[in-house]
Design a protein around this ligand. Structure first.
Ligand SMILES: [Zn+2]
Length: 276
């Protein structure tokens, strides 16, 4: 079914990419990239539960495993972005939504003030089991099942999987205490000149939407949060380039990239709920 832009409601989009039997368009109103026609809600949630998406070209498997290096990376990012907020040493309550194997939950445990509480929720059962085996507080509960208000809700590389973010984002904002922060990471694909500037597969329709800072600023405004700060980081470091080369070599292709050349960035956003 053809859908209007989930951010501004405009129904005029320029073709941007095709992959795996799906088309992605760029909204001529706000610049958001979104899969259109969109898979049905039933298909989206079923695929999410098992971690596998199928397109016309065959199966697409998005399952991975717990990575300690990811915890180290997020500990550093969280220290940089929240260190000043936590200077008074007051314990905080943090909820990680779409916690995966619990790497971010583990990073918060390492960095937040003593006495802080952190919890992760994750829809994919195999990931929940794995995180629990590692002693991490990750469960398959929904947002409504978790009581209380939070100082921080994090949404790390989840945004692009949510077909219609405004409703979901407003529900998250409602669960922040006044002055609380929505901490969100997603790529800047909507800033790229064309699909060719994106350094990887798009993984459609596992990814349904791509934004960049202008679209995220508009999103936060619509859900009643103030964009306080954002940080862009390159993703094409040396390790990333080597991994891509190996992945392509396994498929019998030669792909050599120089680190730091891609205009693609991952972006960390801190959006704050007004204090009163
Ligand atoms: Zn739009």
């Amino acid at each position: 079914m053809q859908t209007p832009c989930p951010l501004c409601g405009n129904d005029d989009a320029a073709p941007w990419a095709r992959e795996n039997g799906f088309a992605m368009g760029k909204c001529r109103g706000c610049g958001l990239l979104y899969v259109n026609p969109r898979p049905s809600d039933a298909d989206i949630s079923d695929a999410n539960k098992v971690g596998v998406h199928r397109g016309e070209d065959g199966a697409l498997d998005v399952r991975t495993r717990y990575k300690a290096s990811k915890t180290a990376h997020y500990s550093k990012v969280i220290r940089e972005l929240f260190g000043a907020d936590w200077a008074d040493g007051k314990p905080i309550h943090w909820l990680d939504v779409g916690a995966g194997y619990g790497e971010v939950v583990a990073a918060v445990r390492q960095t937040a003030p003593a006495g802080s509480k952190v919890h992760g929720i994750e829809p994919m059962q195999p990931k929940v089991r794995k995180a629990q085996e590692l002693g991490l507080p990750v469960t398959s509960q929904s947002l409504d099942d978790i009581p209380g208000q939070f100082d921080v809700i994090s949404l790390i590389n989840v945004y692009s999987h949510v077909p219609d973010f405004l409703g979901f984002g407003a529900a998250l904002a409602a669960r922040l205490r006044p002055g609380g922060v929505l901490f969100l990471e997603t790529g800047n694909a909507a800033d790229l000149a064309s699909r060719d500037a994106f350094p990887d597969m798009l993984y459609l329709p596992d990814h349904l939407v791509f934004a960049a800072p202008p679209q995220m600023r508009m999103t936060f405004e619509k859900i009643g949060l103030n964009l306080e700060r954002y940080e862009e980081q390159p993703v094409d470091g040396l390790v990333w380039c080597l991994k891509k080369a190996v992945k392509h070599a396994l498929r019998g292709q030669l792909l050599l990239r120089m680190p730091g050349r891609s205009p693609f960035r991952t972006v960390f956003y801190k959006a704050r709920k007004p204090a009163c």
